[in-house]
Ligand binder design. Structure first.
Ligand SMILES: [Zn+2]
Length: 216
């Protein structure tokens, strides 16, 4: 296997991070993405400008969920593994996901705040919107329910509450984090990206409707 072929998924992560930056999902070094392939689990590094990540900056981890075992570290030894690693692993372990996206979208933060003004646990609801059809098992006239969990001081501390919310809501591939953002996954990166885009649209619709005083 050629070196470029062996790290094609790392190149894809680099490309997707640029797109997500344009959407406001990964600004200020926040957010990230992890994709699984035949070689293992690829993950963007922590605390770096996500729109400038190069393929050689991406970590390759073993696809085992009891610990984070790096197979191929980035070329730059100063880079650290993402704080999101245990949360990405939740989706791989509990749902067999092929990819997980973590977004710091302002729409996610505001939609969670509108649904739960105190910043605590709750549920984001949406119905009667065509874009719901981009989500697994949801029709446009169904009620979509996405769990919201309270934020923690360190990202990794969200691991257990995120896992509990996932078990309680097996019909949706996302967990909102109050005052923080959202985790969205799918069977592959295309499905994860599609669902993340549809959810971002629905959360924006909810926030704009709230602002306009519309009963959405
Ligand atoms: Zn985050």
């Amino acid at each position: 296997m050629a070196a470029s072929e062996a790290r094609a998924t790392a190149a894809l992560i680099s490309e997707l991070c640029k797109q997500f930056y344009g959407l406001g999902w990964v600004s200020g070094t926040g957010g990230g993405i992890s994709i699984r392939d035949d070689r293992g689990v690829w993950m963007a590094p922590s605390g770096v400008q996500k729109e400038r990540i190069a393929p050689q900056d991406v970590f390759l981890l073993e696809a085992r969920w009891d610990r984070a075992e790096v197979i191929e570290p980035p070329a730059n030894p100063a880079l650290r593994l993402s704080e999101c690693q245990p949360l990405f692993f939740n989706a791989f372990r509990l749902r067999g996901a092929g990819a997980v996206i973590h977004s710091h979208s302002l729409w996610a933060v505001l939609a969670a705040r509108v649904a739960c003004p105190d910043g605590g646990a709750g549920v984001f609801r949406s119905r009667n919107l065509e874009m719901q059809k981009g989500l697994r098992g949801v029709g446009c006239f169904d009620e979509l329910r996405v769990p919201i969990i309270p934020n923690t001081a360190r990202e990794a501390q969200l691991r257990d509450s995120m896992a509990e919310a996932m078990v309680a809501h097996p019909d949706v591939d996302a967990v909102l984090v109050a005052g923080h953002g959202i985790y969205v996954w799918g069977e592959d990166w295309v499905r994860a990206k599609t669902q993340a885009e549809c959810l971002d649209y629905l959360m924006r619709a909810a926030v704009e409707a709230h602002r306009l005083g519309l009963p959405l």
